[in-house]
Design a protein around this ligand. Structure first.
Ligand code: GLY
Ligand code: MN
Ligand code: MN
Length: 493
């Protein structure tokens, strides 16, 4: 028998409401004193806005299956998965909230401070409960006098509405920490999202056991279900439109800076999705050789290349991760094209190696071999053979990073999956990864011809493993050099 964490009889709920302290004045004095008359006035005269007979969210069936897999992995243990809290940016302003991947994956919900609890129940199963802040109490004034009140932050779902939408019984999160502190039996929690939940569990959990839970939730996401694949396609399509926006406004970027590119793409991400999935890399000229150039404060000059690495995150929190390297004036110079074509050829080899049954490492090895061949052909590695270069890894002075990674709700998805389930694994249908070779010649690299210096090229696409090969989810954006030029000419008009 599982213990009930929270008592839920109607009598007790009523007693709690009656016992609640009225809120009349904020302690920081931001609001003037509230007269008894005003406090009384604000209690009533509000319509019943409860929504009834709501349809479940589109992914409710998928989240139920994901919770069932989690339940089967940890029988008899209480599992606690928080959404996380707002993070302070400065003083009393916060960063935009983004629910933890683990919580959103298992619930389809994105409410700040929410917590999913799976309680052991029956022989080997679990009962799920989602703990949320309910609608604001009007009797005690919290809805208009408390900073978390709905008058300040917007309407929330009632617990009943949340239950209908998510298909998970819902309870008041304000009572969860105390209940967890008193609960007995084995428990695991996903760490790093909610300090109050961790504090309540501090003497009940161990880092090692919690890490096993985190690893399971990372590995569970290696193979995407149909809902997730559709979301990734949506993210790639919106990202393609964001890249088009950027090309159309390159003249404005030339008149200002890389920031114009960052802002242009961000507008598309916010209009079509939740956000950008990671800081956009808007790297013009030599900035393209800095792998994570996100300062984006440099000049955009005709004749140079723009390396744009950006992805829209959908409203359900799936992100694209796409890079195109574009000639700012619309035409590659001969040396730019020579380096671009080498990277394109490497990417083609990498994409061709993505298929069911292939080793995960194959696409990396295929792309690196092409790049090593080019570097040898160009005379940058003396008279070493390609095999010797690869054995010693000498090409990496200019290729710098791995050729790709899993993609999903996190841009570097499944990041704590074990080596045997990720880099040492075999690809299967439903895996989604990036293929993103690059060549980067630093502006101060004296080992390469002067004309190469300051050129960085990466081409990155999002590739889904299918039953018979792969599908490029980001193929709405051209990659081949002539096609890139034609596409830019058409957009620039
Ligand atoms: N945008 C980071 C990456 O491509 O992995
Ligand atoms: Mn990227
Ligand atoms: Mn990437």
């Amino acid at each position: 028998m599982s213990e009930e964490l929270i008592p839920e009889t109607p009598e007790q709920e009523t007693e709690e409401n009656e016992a609640a302290e009225p809120i009349k004045q904020r302690k920081n004095g931001l609001y003037p004193g509230v007269s008894d008359e005003l406090a009384e006035n604000m209690k009533s005269g509000w319509a019943d806005t409860e929504l009834r007979d709501l349809e479940p969210i589109a992914q409710a069936g998928h989240t139920a299956a994901r919770r069932a897999a989690l339940s089967a992995r940890f029988p008899g243990e209480r599992l606690v998965i928080p959404a996380g809290n707002l993070k302070t940016r400065s003083n009393d302003t916060e960063y935009a909230f983004r629910a933890s991947t683990e919580y959103a994956y298992l619930t389809g919900d994105q409410t700040q401070d929410g917590v999913l609890v799976l309680e052991p129940s029956g022989e080997s199963g679990h009962e799920a409960t989602i703990y949320l802040l309910p609608r604001s109490d009007r009797e005690n004034g919290e809805f208009w006098l408390d900073g978390q009140g709905e008058l300040w932050v917007g309407r929330r779902h009632s617990l009943t509405e949340a239950e209908q939408l998510l298909g998970i019984p819902a309870k008041d999160v304000r009572e969860l920490a105390a209940a967890l502190a008193e609960a007995t039996g084995p428990v695991r929690a996903v760490r790093g999202h909610d300090a109050s939940i961790e504090a309540a569990l501090t003497d009940k959990v161990t880092a090692e056991r919690d890490e096993e839970l985190r690893v399971h939730l990372s590995e569970a996401r290696l193979v995407k279900d149909a809902f997730e694949i559709a979301e990734l396609q949506k993210a790639c399509d919106a990202t393609a439109r964001g890249f088009e926006d950027v090309v159309k406004s390159l003249d404005k970027a030339e008149a200002t800076s890389e920031r114009f590119i960052e802002g242009t793409f961000f507008l598309r991400a916010r209009v079509e999705g939740n956000d950008i999935g990671y800081g956009s890399i808007c790297a013009a000229g030599p900035h393209a050789t800095t792998l994570h150039w996100v300062r984006n404060d440099g000049a955009v000059r005709a004749g140079e290349l723009l390396l744009l690495d950006a992805g829209v995150e959908t409203n359900e929190l799936y992100t694209a991760d796409v890079t195109r390297t574009l000639p700012i004036n619309g035409t590659f110079s001969p040396v730019q094209r020579k380096i671009y074509d080498a990277v394109y050829e490497a990417q083609e080899a990498g994409i061709a190696a993505v298929k069911p049954g292939a080793a995960y490492r194959d696409f990396h090895d295929a792309a690196q071999r092409v790049l090593a061949e080019k570097l040898v052909e160009w005379g940058l590695l003396g008279d070493l053979s390609v095999d010797k270069v690869l054995e010693l890894g000498l090409q990496r002075r200019w290729t710098l990073h791995g050729t790709g990674h899993m993609l999903g709700m996190d841009v570097h998805d499944c990041a704590v999956a074990r080596t045997e389930t990720y880099v040492d694994s075999t690809l299967e249908p439903g895996v989604c990864l990036t293929v993103e070779p690059g060549l980067y010649f630093q502006a101060d690299d004296l080992t390469v011809p002067e004309e190469y210096r300051g050129i960085g090229v990466r081409i990155e696409d999002d590739i889904l493993v299918t039953e018979d090969g792969n599908r490029n989810l980001s193929d709405k954006l051209p990659r081949q050099a002539d096609e890139v030029e034609a596409w830019m000419a058409q957009l620039k008009g």
